[in-house]
Design a binder for this molecule. Structure first.
Ligand code: 5GP
Ligand code: MN
Length: 329
């Protein structure tokens, strides 16, 4: 099946689930809900299922009532996935990125459609609509619905607000080098629906809890280390710190970027001690490719934004990181 046959299949009402990656970000939620607002206009039965909870600063998005968070509604979500005729897999290209739903989705019989912009796919899908040069999965949803399928008559403010959110967050508010003229064309078309783009920015970025800001302050002061000779800087955040500041989903998002804002730094890392693992985030710029480095930590991602994990202790993870860092050119 290709995307045009898929469109024909969607002429008949279907049972559909949409699944973003775990710990969904603005692009994962924006693309899922943007697609949701299109599909419900075609009279499909659609549910967005997230593998884990998602940040409070995204919970204003239109359609949030349709979102089922798997850990809170396991039997219902499992039934919906089992019964689904179509399973849209958004903003990931490796089924391990939807843990703990990986096995359930892997075993499901519905047609799986992967829409994504990450490198190094580990194929599991039946249909794919992927482009690693795209700024975001939201950009790809726009291109699929409005450029390929020409569904202009279904454009509305709900779709626009969701897609705008993901494009804005994945481009760092239109400043990363993924911000092409086409990104601005799409943003412009979305704004023409009458959505207040500046309000979306405020809802996402001026929505910190007091604890989140204090957590950031603590990390900047106490958890940041700089390795000038490697043009690198990194955060090491022990679990007790995030507990002390009652961390919620999404609270550490963006902290890694502060390391990259230091003059002369081209490689930034964040090591966050979690329940059973250390979660790593990598960011690069000016030719410092990070997704290859991320493979040392069972990870991957984009050239300049990647992630990974380590099952060593936090101190051992830092040591491993430093050893690898000193081996780089
Ligand atoms: P973040 O640092 O925000 O968690 O992730 C940055 C980017 O790296 C995201 O685009 C995400 O898809 C990718 N990424 C994060 N963690 C992993 C991982 O464990 N494996 C892979 N393959 N990619 C990851
Ligand atoms: Mn994305």
């Amino acid at each position: 099946m290709d995307i045009h046959t898929l469109r024909k299949a969607l002429d008949t009402p279907r049972k559909i689930v949409i699944i973003p990656h775990l710990k969904p970000d603005g692009d994962a939620m924006g693309s899922s809900l943007g697609l949701y607002h299109f599909l419900i206009q075609l009279n499909h039965l659609v549910t967005v299922i997230t593998p884990t909870d998602y940040p409070a600063f995204l919970k204003w998005m239109p359609g949030k009532k349709t979102v089922e968070i798997y850990p809170f509604k396991k039997p219902k979500c499992e039934r919906l996935i089992r019964d689904a005729e179509f399973i849209f897999c958004l903003d990931f290209n490796d089924i391990s990125r939807i843990e703990p739903l990986d096995k359930i989705v892997g075993d499901a019989t519905g047609t799986k459609i992967m829409i994504d912009h990450h490198t190094n796919p580990v194929p599991f899908e039946d249909i794919q609509y992927c482009d690693v040069t795209a700024s975001s999965t939201c950009e790809l949803i726009f291109r699929l619905l409005f450029d390929e399928w020409k569904e202009e008559k279904y454009m509305n403010q709900d779709i626009a607000a969701c897609l705008y959110t993901g494009i804005m967050t994945d481009t760092g508010s239109f400043r990363f080098n993924s911000t092409t003229p086409d990104v601005h064309r799409i943003a412009s078309r979305l704004m023409e629906t009458g959505i207040a783009a500046h309000t979306i920015h405020e809802k996402v970025y001026d929505n910190f809890s007091e604890n989140r800001l204090k957590l950031l302050g603590y990390c900047l002061l106490n958890c940041l280390r700089v390795v000038p000779e490697k043009q690198a800087a990194y955060f090491v955040i022990p679990k007790w710190v995030t507990e002390e500041y009652s961390m919620e989903a999404g609270d550490t998002e963006g902290i890694v970027n502060y390391a990259l804002s230091i003059k002369g730094i081209r490689f930034a890392t964040l090591m966050l001690e979690d329940e059973d693992r250390v979660k790593l985030s990598f960011r690069g710029k000016e030719g410092y490719v990070v997704n290859v480095f991320a493979r040392n930590f069972q990870g991957g991602g984009h050239i300049y934004a990647s992630g990974g994990k380590s099952f060593l202790s936090l101190a051992e993870t830092e040591q491993k990181f430093l050893t690898l860092l000193h081996q780089t050119e």
